[in-house]
Design a protein around this ligand. Structure first.
Ligand code: PMP
Length: 443
């Protein structure tokens, strides 16, 4: 009997070992890690250079409290992150995970407003659907009712605007008017709330679990940046999933050349080797807060030398092996192969994403883009079928509350084209099984 408890899932095998894109359970069964866990293990498992760096660090020290010591791995990693971030973002604040990074971003933004005489600003506008973390602050900007409803009385209600899901709304993604249409919703909301009360806008440049690799329409990223500037609203990019290289650039925002005021990263930053995340902020924000006495926030394990060593070694490996280039190249192949599935299965309504942050979505009909019936539990069904084939994919049912099924196919950035073949074979068998099991009920 296991003494652990989590949100209930099907019984799972016990993990034994993992290498590259593969994982084995204790009975010797092999799985392809087709979602890099929860889009975490970006450089694959058991990378020898990362493990060697961590072992060497372990022999020196594993923990030094940040108020007592600076550490070389911490300084080196912060310098590397700053070099990879937009200009003027030289300051890095380490944390141990994505929710902590988002909490830190929200609190830094608020403290900046307070110390610059804008104490009336406290609302953080976000999108619906969205996922920004499970702690109460991050949850307050999360647009996903099943996760947020029970906790509403304990949180401040934050304003939400629709995510730019042009494919569902029947708008043309490549048309600049589409981007302007969704960005205008931000401006309208800022005006409705009262600009002097709005602190920040937080969104994911390339969507993650909640929207299934949602790519913003043409012009959206730039328009959102301009609107935030117009009203003195800080722009926070949640790059917890899209950051770290998976989309083919270090940050999702880089795909559009848009620099936010604050960035939250995690997941692929520690890449499964250590719990690690970071908040990166514009120098003027950090300076103002530091000048006023310092940032009133911190987590005990933040910036520990072992986690920072892992993060540094991960970034070094990404550069040494050209993994971002591989994510672009193999991602394009995988995306095309997923798109080809639309000819075979009428119930795949959309394929989207950037680099190796890719997803496909099920629909009852491509004409209406209506979701499959909830009772079909497609999001569970296909995941279990893929699991039986030895392929792990990630699903969420998140069109608003509980009304759509999308699947993330996000293998590690070291995936080869031959391994894409292997993934597609298993996925196709799982989809065939799903189609057979629901004949008559599917388009
Ligand atoms: N933001 C985004 C975009 C995420 O995808 C996640 C995790 N799925 C989080 C925040 C929260 O990260 P964590 O689970 O590490 O707290």
């Amino acid at each position: 009997m296991s003494h652990l408890f989590y949100l209930s899932t099907a019984a799972r095998p016990v993990l034994d070992r993992a290498e590259g894109i593969y994982m084995w359970d204790t009975s010797g069964r092999r799985f392809i890690d087709g979602s890099s866990g929860a889009m975490v293990s970006n450089i694959g498992h058991s990378n020898p250079a990362v493990l060697a760096a961590m072992r060497a660090q372990m022999d020196k020290s594993t923990f030094g409290y940040r108020l007592h010591f600076e550490t070389e791995p911490g300084e080196q990693l912060a310098a590397k992150v700053a070099a990879l971030s937009p200009e003027g973002m030289e300051k890095v604040f380490f944390v141990s995970g994505g929710s902590e990074a988002v909490e830190s971003a929200m609190k830094l933004a608020r403290q900046y407003a307070v110390v610059t005489g804008q104490a009336g600003r406290w609302k953080v506008i976000s999108r619906f659907p969205s996922y920004h973390g499970s702690t109460l602050g991050a949850l307050s900007v999360t647009g996903y009712d099943p996760l947020t409803d029970p906790f509403r009385p304990m949180m401040v209600e934050m304003p939400k605007i629709p995510a730019p899901r042009a494919y569902l709304d029947g708008l043309d993604m490549d048309n600049a008017a589409t981007g302007a249409h969704y960005a205008a919703m931000l401006e309208d909301r800022i005006l409705a709330e009262g600009p002097e009360t709005v602190l920040a806008f937080i969104h994911e440049p390339v969507g993650g679990a909640s929207t299934g690799a949602l790519v913003p329409p043409t012009g959206y990223m730039q328009a959102v940046r301009a609107i935030c500037d117009k009203y003195g609203v800080l722009l926070i990019h949640d790059e917890v999933m899209s950051g770290g290289g998976r989309v083919g650039t270090f940050l999702g925002g880089d795909l559009w050349g848009v620099a936010p005021d604050i960035i939250a990263i995690s997941k692929g930053f520690g890449a499964g080797y250590a719990p690690l995340g970071a908040m990166i902020a514009q120098d003027r924000i950090v300076q103002a807060v530091q000048d006023a006495g310092g940032f009133l926030h911190g987590h005990t394990y933040a910036g520990n030398p072992l986690a920072c060593t892992a993060g540094l070694a991960v970034l070094t490996e990404i550069e040494r092996q050209g993994m971002m280039g591989n994510a672009r190249k193999v991602g394009a192949v995988l995306k095309q192969r997923l798109k080809n599935l639309m000819q075979r299965y009428g119930f795949i309504g959309d394929v989207r994403g950037e680099g190796l942050l890719l997803a496909f979505e099920f629909v009852a009909s491509r004409e209406t883009m209506a979701p499959l019936p909830r009772e079909m539990k497609a999001f569970d069904d296909l995941v279990e079928r893929a699991y039986a084939e030895g392929l792990i994919i990630y699903s969420r049912r998140t069109r608003g509350g509980y009304e759509g099924d999308h699947f993330l196919v996000c293998p590690p950035m070291i995936t080869t084209e031959a391994q894409v073949d292997e993934i597609m074979e298993k996925l196709t068998r799982a989809l065939d099984g799903f189609a057979d099991a629901h004949t008559g009920a599917l388009a």
